[in-house]
Design a protein. Structure first.
Length: 287
């Protein structure tokens, strides 16, 4: 098997498994390039509910409006191994800064291995608080798809937007559309629009609960229910369940003086588990 053939096999592995397994597969998880629905373990562990982690760096991966929300600044990053396969690994980093009602965020993600296949994204988000309890943002993304170093790469751009709404102190909701305006540059797969909705509530006793809904254009939606519980002064327990297919996520987050280290495990009924190790600096709380 030559290098180009191997690259093609690896690049389509996740999508091939989805098609082969049908309803039991990971509906919409990686059915086309840049169709990532679980960009961060910090979000996967709470039902993919970015409203529950409003204003954090990881949440800017889902919704650009988080750039104008929450703490003044934050920075985070992480590593993921999809289905415990070496060639399906992903790294990400994101940073945000807020000045009064204005905010900006940058992020970088890379999926795959350079010698075979990679998807790379760099994004810039700008956001503003339009009124008390309401923020909106827009993001510009540069996307690059590459096979082996000797093969040509494919570049494109997309625009997306999002909103966050906090009608009362204990309730937060958010929604976003990624790749709303796009250049379909990816061979044979296109660039899917991605839709997200989430809502979260703060409960007594250092408990937060939330729900997240995500869908890639042309694929089935994924619904998640999650919670974040402050079990100790510096320790959070995270858990979530997902439907279509049925999955669960478990995570632990150690927080100290605005910094955190977290681990998340996301199950799959057929393809094996996914592991996330991540960190965050700035704006973290233990409840």
């Amino acid at each position: 098997m030559n290098a180009k053939t191997l690259a093609t096999v690896l690049s389509g592995l996740a999508a091939t498994l989805v098609v082969a397994l049908g309803p039991a597969g990971d509906a919409a998880a990686q059915s086309s390039a840049f169709g990532e629905l679980f960009p961060s373990g910090q979000l996967a562990a709470v039902g993919n509910c970015d409203a529950l982690r409003a204003g954090e760096g990881a949440s800017a991966l889902n919704n650009p409006a988080h750039a104008a929300w929450g703490t003044r600044w934050s920075f985070g990053g992480g590593y993921r191994r999809l289905y415990e396969l070496e060639y399906l690994q992903r790294v990400w980093a994101a940073a945000k800064y807020r000045y009064h009602r204005w905010g900006a965020a940058v992020s970088f993600t890379r999926f795959g291995k350079e010698e075979f296949y990679t998807e790379t994204e760099a994004a810039l988000a700008c956001a503003a608080r339009l009124m008390r309890g309401l923020a909106a943002g827009i993001e510009l993304r540069n996307l690059r798809l590459a096979y082996t170093p000797d093969d040509p790469s494919y570049d494109g751009w997309s625009l997306g937007w999002g909103v966050i709404w906090n009608p009362v102190a204990a309730l937060t909701a958010s929604g976003s559309i990624r790749n709303a305006l796009r250049q379909n540059f990816v061979p044979a797969s296109g660039l899917p629009r991605q839709y997200r909705l989430s809502a979260a509530a703060n409960l007594p006793g250092k408990v937060q609960v939330g729900a997240g809904w995500a869908k890639n254009e042309g694929d089935r939606a994924i619904l998640g229910l999650g919670q974040k519980i402050g079990v100790a002064q510096n320790l959070n327990f995270l858990s979530a369940v997902y439907f279509n297919p049925a999955r669960y996520a478990l995570g632990a987050e150690f927080v100290l003086r605005g910094q955190s280290i977290s681990y998340t495990y996301l199950s799959h009924p057929d393809l094996g588990g996914t592991h996330y190790v991540e960190f965050a600096i700035g704006g973290m709380t233990s409840h």
